[in-house]
Design a protein around this ligand. Structure first.
Ligand code: IPE
Ligand code: IPE
Ligand code: MG
Length: 248
């Protein structure tokens, strides 16, 4: 990609990894093989982010609504963090990738929780790229949790009013930058309870590609598209954030 586009990189990319089931169905395979292929694709996208110099990547792996799926599928999905860790542990250490979980770990099976906590603690000092794995994550549950945290602080007399910064800090993502670019694969145009607060000013990008097919090249395309957009945050255009024009 050209240096001009590189100058306008997103700091934080968040991805709804959707379409695993349809990927499998199109090949007459069980859904779980779509999930396996999807989990393997995480490596390609992590590598692409390292190549591009992206600082934060959030991957939506399991939503608070995904418990509605058949028990066998849920069981398989609960095993994926462990599979990922086993397969990619070397990559995480080699490239200094930190993994941080956002979501409610209390209600996931103990084995899944343990492997996730081990992955977090083993990579806690790394800063080349931070991967937020959204697991048992739901934005509404996150906001309710934040409200409860703030209510307790209020009750304890620690705060007397609640600011936007207080809410942001009470979320799982407290202290980290909001996503600049939210990508949804799988040809669906909705957020499905993903980062509702944090995405207030994110650029949205919808890809028809199913997640297991979403390649490094597709990520670069999304980043190039992002680089051409004009973000105003409610203000008006100025020289520095004018939409970029294609070279003639
Ligand atoms: C995304 O793929 C993975 C999870 C939601 C866990 P899906 O399983 O939703 O795939 P489709 O949407 O059925 O194709
Ligand atoms: C969103 O995909 C959740 C994840 C990718 C983890 P879903 O497949 O669960 O979303 P809906 O049901 O189509 O909205
Ligand atoms: Mg889906």
């Amino acid at each position: 990609m050209g240096s001009r586009a590189a100058a306008n990189l997103p700091e934080h990319i968040a991805i709804v990894m959707d379409g695993n089931g349809r990927w499998a169905k199109a090949r007459a395979l069980p859904r779980r093989l779509g999930h396996r292929q999807g989990a393997e694709n995480m490596r390609n996208i992590i590598e692409a982010c390292l190549d591009l110099g992206i600082r934060y990547l959030t991957l939506y792996a399991f939503s608070t609504e995904n418990w509605k799926r058949p028990a066998a599928e849920v069981d398989y999905l609960m095993g994926l963090p462990g599979q990922f860790y086993e397969r990619e542990r070397h990559l995480l250490h080699k490239h200094q990738v930190r993994v941080v979980i956002i979501g409610d770990l209390e209600t996931v099976p103990a084995a899944t929780r343990e492997v996730i906590m081990q992955m977090e603690s083993e990579t806690t000092d790394y800063r080349a790229l931070t991967v937020f794995l959204a697991f048992n994550y739901g934005a509404r549950a996150e906001l309710a949790m934040a409200a409860e945290r703030l209510a307790k602080k209020w009750q304890a007399g620690e705060i007397k009013k609640i600011t936007e910064a207080d809410v942001a800090n009470a979320l799982y993502t407290g202290g980290y930058p909001d996503p600049d670019l939210v990508i949804r694969c799988g040809n669906e145009m909705r957020l499905s309870n993903f980062l509702l607060w944090q995405s207030a000013y994110a650029e949205l990008y919808f890809s028809q590609k199913l997640w297991p097919d979403f390649s490094k090249r597709d990520l670069v395309q999304a980043v190039e598209d992002f680089a051409r957009r004009g973000r105003r945050f409610g203000g008006i255009d100025n020289i520095s954030n004018e939409p970029r024009r294609e070279e003639r």
